[in-house]
Structure formats: structure tokens, C-alpha cells
Design a protein around this ligand. Structure first.
Ligand code: NAD
Length: 293
């Protein structure tokens, strides 16, 4: 009989942050190093302000130093690059994150690639992407890293070993640089067979039905329906979409129609409380790894 399990990302992230806090304390005792994360926010995007505030709070809670820099949206790209250069040279800073999206007059790629690859804890630098694609050690983007941790933990319970996902077919919906593509690289590294589908894919439902694992990273509210899934599939929902309700209120939903898919999947992450909390926890993990080097 198929079990229907919820993968609790909130609890997983809490455990991970607890473990990080212990390792931060040990690093301080052993080497007198306190990991430092610098976050730069340009402009006044309300969602970005909330993210940055949460990141700073959680950074401090695990005993790391948080450095926050708020720049006006009238700041020039040269001013932002100068700040990144300063932080690249600052030995108290082990991780640098520029909150996206940037104002339209700035070039996102140029800004991200100005961060030292040694401090690229978001894993968005072209060198980090290249390292991941070629199997070299480097920073892995936080959201796919969090998905991978939850998947490994889930499958490890059923078949403990170095590669508990080996041989499974994973279908990723979405091919972005920050989720879909790095997710594909990570799953290949685990010896999965990987299919990536996207907005131009034909017969998408039939392809998704092949997945023992389905990762949805699309940005379309509840796109994935119960009849898209193979019975017993493990579903990771990365999507975060705010939808309006008939009573005028709003709520967050994922890219997967949770209630109906829960009946078919053997395990599924909820939204909220699934992938989201793991993303910041993995940012802290990457910062700690950087400081430990
Ligand atoms: P993106 O817009 O960069 O990419 C979306 C991808 O989905 C594209 O590759 C596109 O081809 C594909 N797509 C669009 N419509 C489609 C359709 N109808 N059918 C199949 N594929 C389609 O988005 P992203 O940055 O990868 O984010 C995806 C979602 O994940 C968003 O909802 C975002 O908010 C969320 N997200 C969550 C976290 C987190 O921490 N939980 C982190 C990053 C992104």
C-alpha cells in the first residue's frame, strides 16, 4: 500500500540550523574564527526586504556575524561593484550575497560575477556553476542544495548507502540557472536518470509521469495535477506563488496542487513549510563551509 508522507522542510531546516550553530561554536573555539555573511540589498523591494531581514536574523541566531548593506535604488552599478570589491577583500566576510532582483539599470550577471568565487555562497557565479557541472567542489545554489538534502534523507531511510537515489528517474520541471539546472547536475551526481521539462516541452504530463522523483520549479500556481504523477512518486515543490482568494485574502501555494497530489505521491513537500525554510539554512551551511576552509 502506498504511504502518503509529508516531507517537513521546516523541521529539517531547524535541525540543520541547530547543527550549524554547534559547528560555528566549535570553529570559534578551535580557530577563533566567526563566520561572516554580508548581504547587499539595492532599492526597496518589499519582498526582498523581508528575505534580507530573515537571513540576517537566522545568521545571528546560529552565532555568525551578519553584515547588511542597504543601497538606494539610485545607486550606480559602479558603486555596487566597489562595495563588492571591498567585501571580497574583507577577511571577516566569508560569504557575500547580493539580493536579487536588482534595479533595471544594473547588470545582474556582471554584478554576480564580481563576487569572489571563494565567497559566492549563493552559488550563482559562473565559476560555481562550472564547478558543479564538471563535478568539482564549489558552492551549490542554496535551494537545490536544500532539495537534495531532503531527498537524500528520505531515500536513505529506505536504502541506506552512499547513493540512495541511484537509478531513479528524476523529472525536473523548470530550467532556471538558480533551481532547475543545478538541480539536474546534483541529481546526475547521485546517479539518477534526469529529464528536464520546461515551458516549450511537448507532452509534459507524460514525461512527468515517468518520474520516481518530481521537482517542480516553475512559478505557476498548482500547475502539477494528480494525473501528472506516477503512483508513489516523491514530489519536491519549489514554487512559491501568492494567489488571491474569493474573500479578498491571499495565500501561498506551490507549483503542485498539494491536496490532490498528496493522494498519489508517496512523499511530498508542502508550501509553505517545505523547500523555503531549507534555502536560508543552506545559505548558512555554505557560509560555514566557506569560513571553515
Ligand atoms: P524562473 O522563472 O527563472 O524559471 C521558471 C522555469 O519554469 C523556466 O525554465 C520555464 O521554462 C519553466 N516554465 C514556465 N512555465 C511553464 C509551464 N507552464 N510548464 C513547464 N515549465 C514552465 O523561476 P525560478 O527562479 O526557477 O523559480 C521557480 C519557482 O520557484 C518560483 O515560484 C519561485 O518563486 C520559486 N523559488 C522558490 C525558492 C525557495 O526558496 N523555495 C527559491 C527559488 C525559487
Amino acid at each position: 500500500m502506498t504511504q502518503h508522507q509529508i516531507i517537513d522542510g521546516k523541521a529539517f531546516a531547524e535541525n540543520l540550523r541547530g547543527d550549524i550553530a554547534k559547528r560555528v561554536a566549535a570553529l570559534k573555539t578551535a580557530k577563533n574564527i566567526i563566520p561572516g555573511l554580508a548581504v547587499i540589498l539595492v532599492g526597496r523591494n518589499p519582498a526582498s526586504e523581508v528575505y534580507v531581514k530573515n537571513k540576517a536574523k537566522q545568521t545571528k541566531e546560529v552565532g555568525m556575524n551578519s553584515y547588511e548593506f542597504h543601497m538606494q535604488d539610485t545607486a550606480t552599478e559602479a558603486e555596487l561593484l566597489a562595495k563588492i570589491d571591498e567585501l571580497n577583500k574583507d577577511t571577516n566576510v566569508h560569504g557575500i550575497l547580493v539580493q536579487l532582483p536588482l534595479p533595471k539599470h544594473m547588470h545582474e550577471t556582471a554584478v554576480i560575477n564580481a563576487i569572489s568565487p571563494d565567497k559566492d555562497v549563493d552559488g550563482f557565479h559562473v565559476i560555481s556553476a562550472g564547478r558543479l557541472a564538471t563535478g568539482h567542489t564549489g558552492f551549490v545554489p542554496c535551494t537545490p542544495l536544500g532539495c537534495m538534502m531532503m531527498l537524500r534523507d528520505h531515500f536513505n531511510k529506505a536504502s541506506p548507502g552512499a547513493k540512495p537515489l541511484a537509478g531513479l528517474h528524476a523529472v525536473i520541471i523548470g530550467r532556471s540557472n538558480i533551481v532547475g539546472k543545478p538541480m539536474a547536475q546534483l541529481l546526475l551526481k547521485e546517479d539518477c536518470t534526469v529529464t528536464v521539462v520546461h515551458s516549450k516541452t511537448k507532452d509534459i504530463e507524460q514525461l512527468v509521469q515517468m518520474g520516481d522523483i518530481v521537482i517542480a520549479a516553475v512559478g505557476q500556481p498548482e500547475l502539477v495535477k494528480h494525473n501528472w504523477l506516477k503512483k508513489g512518486a516523491v514530489v519536491i515543490d519549489v514554487g512559491i506563488n501568492r494567489i488571491a482568494l474569493p474573500d479578498g485574502k491571499t495565500k501561498l501555494v506551490g507549483d503542485v496542487a498539494f491536496h490532490e497530489c498528496f493522494q498519489v505521491a508517496s512523499a511530498i513537500t508542502p508550501v509553505p513549510g517545505g523547500v523555503g525554510p531549507m534555502t536560508i539554512a543552506c545559505l548558512l551551511e555554505n557560509t560555514l563551509q566557506s569560513a571553515s576552509k
